[in-house]
Design a protein around this ligand. Structure first.
Ligand code: B3K
Ligand code: ZN
Length: 875
């Protein structure tokens, strides 16, 4: 496979002004007629027209009315070139495709017999020949024709121009999108669906029609998505002055979808997982996911669609920015200070759980990658979540108002253009009157920077020095790194735990100073410091770095008890736990007797019962770092030791705090009708965490509590939490409850996914059990949600079983990566990433992992997607 380099970018040879598409939709044979007007691009030296096409059959090609013969153009792989073309050209292209055989779910495909499309990144070329690159922006008119009875609903981007009946029981609909767009934002739906709709008054007084389309029988699960959409529209008007630019905005749900959702102009297509919810079938986390993803896709209308990416290396331009916007939206929707902190903590957890490992593994890449083999492999936590952190740092450096000015300037300069990450950075720099030259390294250098600090208090001078050190480990292709521009938010706590007023360089900095670290090492001097403080460094997680050492246990306890910055307060608890977890892991490995100190238990006890803190925050503070996060701290990982150590700590907390946990369980019941609001969800989270801690050291009483909750629960959050607790406690009741759960919810695909996922990730599920589940009639490898629920969960969320010493988990992985690759390379490549960190495991496991990787790499037929992942892993 060929590697594509960012440095090879050249502008398109031709620009497209208009596209007229005609579809005769048939699952076995769809005819696509594409008429496009092109003109030579003055910025290009190239003279031939370049079109891409993949897995489609070319029927006819006409240039300015003349039918082209074979020698008139050249086809090389997916590239079709027409030489000797005039300044202006009209091309008419007729192609055929077979949607029902398209298992890749990229391009035009069928799901439950309905038609959907997915074009990002390069799916449009699977529908018709086209200059399928994001810097070619055109206006589209789309004519859809299909059987009326089978496909009563015909949707595409923009506004509906007309619809009507045709002969032979068919009908048509004609759509027009008034805005220029890149081909990856094209979409169509032809289906049997029903919708919830509403008109919504926009800030400028216009009325927009909002629709949420789902399969019949799911209308009772669309309220939350609709409500989230309305909140998102309002928020973007208020926070950024950005309005919906269409008269109609549609969300359509499909159960066969490779990722979460897609921001096609005016016609967002969603995985059902991020649309359908009611209390009976969806958990608090599901409701949160819907709100965030609906917002994310809606926000793309400006950050992504109106202003798009010049090339796919710039993907984070739209993704990092849009994730940042949806994160801020979530935070504003909760509104309270602790609620905001909890959302920030969630973000930090995602970084540690997924992005830091990616940045330290074989697939490490900069936020703006320099090369790729398959672009679909680069829709990553680095491009998305680290990209969002990079955007957040502008806001930290410029302040909220300064950041807004930068956004305004960005739209003023680039509306309806395809631009780069540099264009965004320059808008921020110019609007803020700042030099962000060095800041560029956040885009160009991979790897997680490591930050260290040393402090010195001079009582006589009343000064407190803090010296910050930064470094960044080597990553593939980048052996050395230059210093980053890092905003480090710092506070100082006095002995009583209060914030001290801060003065640096004679400047009053309030109680949190944002220090700007530019060098490898820099000292900042606080003056007028009247007593020895405890530093609270990297408040609100002000940069995506690993902060190492620097704290004593006593400092951490002080911060855990008092820090006014709730994120660092949480962080102190995580550090207290992590230090002990690492020690316990080491002791487990040598079969030493394990113990846990009272100081730690007492700190946890105080946190648990501190009624001045929201339950949601206490839940976060009591939740231990995950096994993955612990593993990331070790140079050699034995997953079983990590698991045993963490379970030991959980059981200890469960036993030592039994009385308090029982009391919190009772105190945080949420009687009355279910509501997904943050306060109620926080109570359920703390209650269910209490239940799981109690059952980490299970006895009859704790198991009875979980079993009772299973039976009494009137919502999926409590039901699923209790069932999962029973499974993890190895309670005898678990089997029967699992069966009852399946019986009750077998008609709800998203709940059946949960049923598979719960079992796949249970340490009691071994390879025999997982293979048995694969034979369950409800299992279907072709459906991405189902495949992920069982196969990906087993390989990625069940460390103990997946890493079985005999290598059986790895063989299972190799087998299913290969099988899936024949169906859906994108889903296969995600699963392939389960082996990313193979070089970190104990040598005996590494041997088996390498064999499995080689087994996949040795396959004759392999997609670029999987080939790239396994090749990089083995490199
Ligand atoms: N932009 C899409 C992701 C497309 C992934 C293609 N493999 C969803 C999103 O980020 O909003
Ligand atoms: Zn996105």
């Amino acid at each position: 496979p060929q590697t594509i380099y960012r440095s090879d970018y050249t502008p398109p040879s031709y620009l497209v002004d208009t596209v007229e598409l005609g579809f005769d939709l048939d699952p076995t044979r769809t005819v696509v007629a594409n008429r496009l007007t092109l003109r030579r691009n003055p910025d290009s030296a190239q003279r031939e027209i370049e079109l891409y096409g993949e897995d489609i059959e070319l029927v006819a090609l006409r240039l300015n009315g003349r039918l082209l013969q074979e020698g008139d153009y050249a086809v090389n792989g997916s590239l079709l070139t027409i030489p000797n073309t005039p300044e202006e050209a009209t091309l008419e292209i007729e192609t055929l495709c077979v949607p029902e055989q398209n298992t890749t779910l990229s391009g035009l495909y069928t799901s439950n017999g309905n038609f959907f499309t997915q074009c990002e990144a390069e799916g449009f070329r699977r529908i018709t020949y086209f200059p399928d690159r994001p810097d070619v922006m055109a206006t589209y008119t789309v004519m859809l024709r299909a059987n009326k009875e089978r496909y009563p609903v015909l949707l595409s981007n923009g506004n509906l121009l007309e619809e009507g009946d045709l002969a032979d029981g068919r009908h048509y609909a004609k759509w027009e999108d008034p805005f220029k767009k890149p081909s990856y934002l094209f979409a169509l739906v032809a289906a049997q669906l029903v919708c919830q709709e509403e008109t919504f008054r926009l800030a400028d007084g216009r009325d927009a029609l909002l629709q949420v389309w789902v399969e019949e029988g799911n209308l009772d699960k669309t309220d939350y998505a609709m409500q989230s959409l309305k909140h998102s529209i309002r928020w973007d008007e208020e926070r950024y002055g950005l309005e919906l630019d269409l008269d109609r905005f549609m969300i359509v749900a499909t159960s066969d979808f490779n990722m979460g959702a897609m921001e096609n102009k005016g016609l967002n297509i969603f995985n059902t997982k991020f649309v359908l919810a009611n209390p009976r079938v969806a958990t608090d986390i599901d409701f949160q996911g819907i709100e965030a993803v609906v917002a994310h896709e809606y926000f793309h209308n400006w950050t992504g669609n109106r202003v798009t990416c010049r090339d796919w290396f710039q993907l984070s331009l739209k993704e990092g920015l849009t994730v940042f916007r949806d994160q801020e939206f979530t935070s504003d929707m909760i509104g309270t200070e602790l609620g905001r902190a909890v959302t920030r903590i969630d973000q930090v957890r995602t970084l540690r759980q997924a992005q830091f490992p990616e940045d330290a593994g074989p697939m490490a890449h900069p936020v703006r990658p320099d090369s790729f083999v398959e672009i679909n492999n680069f829709y990553t936590v680095t491009v998305y979540e680290k990209g969002a952190e990079v955007v957040r740092m502008y806001q930290t450096l410029l302040g909220r108002e300064g950041f807004r000015k930068g956004m305004d300037l960005y739209f003023e300069r680039h509306d309806e253009q395809a631009v780069t990450c540099d264009d965004f950075r320059l808008a921020m720099a110019d609007a803020g009157g700042r030099d962000f030259t060095q800041f560029e390294r956040w885009y160009s250098q991979a790897g997680t920077p490591q930050l260290r600090f040393e402090t010195r208090y001079d009582e006589a001078a009343q000064t407190y020095d803090i010296t910050l050190f930064q470094s960044c480990p080597a990553t593939p292709g980048q052996p050395t790194k230059l210093p980053f521009h890092i905003p480090v938010a710092v506070g100082l706590l006095d002995r009583a735990g209060r914030d001290m007023p801060l003065t640096v360089d004679g400047k009053d900095m309030g109680t949190t100073a944002v220090l700007e670290l530019l060098e490898e090492r820099q000292t900042f001097v606080f003056t007028g410091v009247t007593e020895q403080p405890v530093a609270s460094v990297l408040r609100d997680f002000s940069a995506p770095v690993i902060l190492q050492g620097g704290y004593t246990d006593a400092d951490l306890l002080h911060l855990f008890n008092h820090d006014s910055d709730p994120v660092n307060r949480w962080e102190a608890g995580q550090r207290l736990a992590m230090g002990r977890l690492l020690k316990l892991t080491g002791e487990t490995a040598v079969d030493a007797k394990l113990s846990l100190d009272d100081t730690f238990i007492e700190a946890m006890r105080r946190m648990l019962v501190d009624e001045s803190l929201d339950p949601a925050f206490r839940e976060q503070a009591l939740l231990l770092p995950s096994e993955t996060m612990i593993a990331e701290q070790l140079s050699e990982v034995d997953p079983l030791s990590v698991h045993v150590a963490r379970q030991f700590m959980r059981a200890n907390i469960g036993a030592a705090l039994r009385t308090e946990l029982m009391a919190q369980y009772q105190a945080n019941l949420t009687p009355g009708p279910y509501s997904p609001d943050a306060a109620s969800a926080g109570k359920r989270a703390l209650k269910n965490l209490a239940l799981s801690y109690l059952n980490a050291a299970p006895d009859e009483e704790t198991i009875a509590l979980a079993a009772r909750q299973c039976v009494d629960a009137d919502n999926m959050t409590d039901r699923a939490a209790a069932l999962s607790t029973l499974i993890h406690a190895r309670a005898p009741e678990a089997e029967a409850e699992l069966a009852r759960f399946y019986d009750e919810f077998q008609g709800e695909a998203l709940v059946v996914d949960k049923w598979f996922a719960m079992q796949a990730s249970a340490p009691t599920t071994d390879i025999a059990k997982v293979r048995e589940l694969m034979r369950h009639p409800a299992f279907n490898l072709r459906n991405p949600n189902r495949a992920r629920s069982l196969v990906a969960n087993y390989c990625m969320n069940n460390a103990v079983q997946f890493h079985a010493p005999n290598g059986s988990g790895y063989l299972f992985w190799a087998e299913h990566v290969t099988l899936l690759d024949g169906l859906n390379p994108q889903v296969a490549a995600r699963l392939a990433r389960a082996m990313d960190r193979w070089r970190r495991f104990t040598p005996s496991l590494q041997v088996h992992m390498k064999t499995a990787l080689q087994q996949v790499a040795g396959q004759q037929r392999l997609s670029n997607d999987v080939r790239e992942v396994v090749t990089k892993a083995l490199a």
